[in-house]
Ligand binder design. Structure first.
Ligand code: FES
Length: 199
C-alpha cells in the first residue's frame, strides 16, 4: 500500500503526489492534523473503480482525503463531543434530517449521515458550484463566529457545512454534501464506490 499526499487549496483543485508521508498543506490547514492514504491501481483509477481505504491509522479529528472517480473523498474520524455537538446545529440547517435522498445512500440517511457514527465519508465538493471546501474543526474561530462548532467552509462563496456535511441556512449551497456509496470490508477497511451488501 502506498501513502500519498493530498493538498487541498480550498478550491476544486487537489494534488495527489506519489510520495510517502504528508508534506505541505494549504494555508487553512496549517494547524490541522492531516494524513492521506489510498491504494487504487492505475487501472482502477482510470476506470473510476471503487477505492479501498485503510483507516486504522486515522486518529480522532483527522481528515483523510482519497480520490475516487476524480473527486476528493473525505474520511473523518469524529470524536464523541463532535457527534454530540451536531444536534446543536439542527435549527440553523437547511436539511438537518437529510430528507433530500439524493445527497446520501439510505444507510447514511441518519443523524450522523454515516454507517458508523464516528466515521464520516463525504464527497469533498461544494454543492453550490463545485469548489472544495476547507476543513475547519476549530471551535468559534474569529472568522467564522462564536456559533461555529467545527465544519467545512467553502471559500468560493462562503457556504458552510457542519461536521456531518449538512449545509447551513443562508448560504449559496442548496444542499448537504454528498455521501458516496461505501461499505466496510472489515473494521478498518472502507470500500468507496461500492455498497453492495452494505448495512
Ligand atoms: S462553490 Fe462553494 S459556495 Fe460557491
Amino acid at each position: 500500500m502506498s501513502t500519498d499526499n493530498v493538498v487541498d487549496t480550498g478550491r476544486r483543485r487537489f494534488l495527489v503526489a506519489s510520495t510517502s508521508v504528508v508534506g505541505a498543506i494549504g494555508a487553512g490547514f496549517v494547524a490541522v492534523p492531516f494524513i492521506s492514504s489510498w491504494m487504487p491501481s492505475e487501472r482502477a483509477k482510470n476506470a473510476g473503480a471503487p477505492v479501498e481505504v485503510d483507516i486504522s491509522k486515522l486518529e480522532e479529528g483527522r481528515l483523510l482525503i482519497v480520490e475516487w472517480q476524480s473527486k476528493p473523498v473525505w474520511i473523518l474520524r469524529r470524536s464523541k463531543k463532535t457527534l454530540a455537538d451536531l444536534a446543536k446545529n439542527d435549527d440553523r440547517l437547511r436539511d438537518p434530517d437529510s430528507k433530500n435522498a439524493a445527497q446520501q445512500p439510505p444507510y447514511a440517511q441518519n443523524h450522523y449521515r454515516s454507517i458508523k457514527p464516528e466515521i464520516l465519508v463525504l464527497v469533498g465538493i461544494c454543492t453550490h458550484l463545485g469548489c472544495s471546501p476547507t476543513y475547519r474543526p476549530d471551535i468559534a474561530p474569529a472568522d467564522l463566529g462564536e456559533n461555529w462548532l467545527g465544519g467545512f467552509f467553502c471559500p468560493c462563496h462562503s457556504s458552510r457545512f457542519d461536521l456531518a456535511g449538512r449545509v447551513f441556512q443562508g448560504v449559496p449551497a442548496p444542499s448537504n454534501l454528498v455521501v458516496p456509496p461505501y461499505k466496510y470490508l472489515s473494521d478498518n477497511v472502507i470500500r468507496i464506490g461500492d455498497d453492495k451488501g452494505a448495512a
